[in-house]
Design a protein around this ligand. Structure first.
Ligand code: PMP
Ligand code: GLN
Length: 381
């Protein structure tokens, strides 16, 4: 009998895969895993075709197609007044998942402590564990904001990294300028790195600005900032993202990236670069596009027994179902998917310590007709 010692003995299949499979099996409307049910913009699809046919089908540079890196640098300058060298400070990756994994492997050593905030996106901890690091979980408060007193109390001489995620998955909360002030004060004069997961940077509502780490020179010099084209261009399956980091951190990042994927799908990079150059309005209009969907979802749920506090960002909306059921959130989402026909994500799975929750997460990156059809069912509960 072959003996296998699991390096991740406590890790199962991700909740996103579990719930999407269940949604398919039971033919439920799938508001669980985060992805749009509409297509990427037609001109972007045409550009993909153009570059496929033009023969852009071999290995691109290890760090990413230069044209795309230049477009990223221009965007970062325009939105966050941050000058980034496209040659030395931007690396294109195969999804944000790869970028997060690589940033952690490149910098975390045995017994290093990495601070994360619960509910926490599920890919961080396994990456920390594989690097030999220790994950220090700090709970967000009841409005899903960071309690900086808890963070200060958790910092030790072994703290190597703090991972922040704004807009936040699964809660939809966002970091404010005051949060960045706190993070800046906390990390100043230390060797603590910041890994900032900003994949929902273009989905921030109510005219709030996205508080990117790239706006803050002092934080930027110690940060890996990750964004994903999959979210921004309605093409989550393309798995193209990028990491912005100062020269020395990017150099370490690239040492690992070159042996994880080496490069990222070539024609997609060309197509995204040309689309970014010619259609900047796409990402500029994205907050309004998704705010309209959030508002539709909230409005359609108004007469339901779910309680909603409108999401500040991402394409997710939390809903409290305590008036409907006493079930645990995991049981509730199974029942909702299998018996009622709408799939959602439970929240308790994103906590380290058992945290009973009566919240579920719905994804509203859906055609209006899908949102209406799902809410019609949910209103009857
Ligand atoms: N971070 C967060 C917070 C996410 O929600 C996602 C999306 N699935 C990712 C990272 C991974 O993004 P990608 O699909 O580009 O790997
Ligand atoms: N990030 C997506 C979500 O939160 C899912 C990505 C995945 O399935 N790994 O739904």
């Amino acid at each position: 009998m072959l003996k296998i010692a699991s390096k991740l003995p406590h890790v199962g299949t991700t909740i996103f895969t579990v719930m999407s499979q269940m949604a398919n099996e039971y033919q439920a409307i799938n508001l669980s895993q985060g992805y749009p049910d509409f297509n990427a913009p037609q001109p972007l699809l045409d550009l993909m075709q153009k570059y496929l046919n033009a023969g852009m089908n071999q290995y691109p540079p290890m760090t990413g197609v230069a044209y795309l890196r230049q477009q990223i640098a221009a965007k970062v300058d325009k939105l966050y007044s941050c000058t980034v060298d496209s040659e030395t400070e931007i690396t294109v990756t195969s999804g944000a998942t790869e970028a997060l994994f690589v940033a952690i492997q490149a910098t975390i050593e045995a017994d290093d402590e990495v601070i994360v905030f619960d509910p926490v996106y599920d890919s961080y901890e396994p990456a920390i564990q594989l690097a030999g690091g220790r994950t220090i979980h700090i709970p967000l408060d009841d409005k899903f904001n960071i309690n900086w007193n808890l963070v200060r109390a958790a910092v030790t001489s072994r703290t190597r990294m703090i991972i922040v995620n704004s807009p936040h998955n699964p809660s939809g909360s966002t970091l404010k300028a005051e949060d960045l002030d706190q993070l800046e004060a906390l990390t100043e004069d230390s060797d603590i790195l910041v890994l900032s997961d900003e994949v929902y940077e273009h989905m921030v509502f109510n005219s709030l600005a996205h508080e990117s780490i790239l706006r803050r020179p002092k934080l930027r010099e110690r940060a890996f900032v990750v964004s994903s084209f999959g979210k921004t261009y309605h093409a989550t399956g393309w798995k193209v993202a990028y990491c912005v980091a100062p020269v020395a951190l990017s150099a370490e990042f690239r040492k690992v990236h070159q042996y994880v994927t080496f490069t990222t799908h070539t024609p997609t990079q060309w197509a995204l670069a040309e689309y970014m150059e010619n259609y900047p309005e796409h990402y500029l209009e994205l907050p309004a596009f998704y705010q309209a969907k959030r508002d539709l979802f909230v409005e359609e749920m108004k007469d339901s027994r779910f309680k909603l506090t409108p999401s500040q960002g991402t394409y997710f909306q939390l809903a409290d179902y305590s008036q409907i059921s006493d079930k645990s959130d995991v049981d509730f989402t199974h029942w909702l998917t299998q018996e009622i026909g709408v799939a959602a994500i439970p929240i308790s799975v994103f906590y380290d310590k058992p945290t009973p929750s009566q919240h579920v997460r719905f994804c509203f990156a859906k055609d209006d007709a899908t949102i209406r059809a799902a809410c019609k069912i949910l209103r009857e509960l």
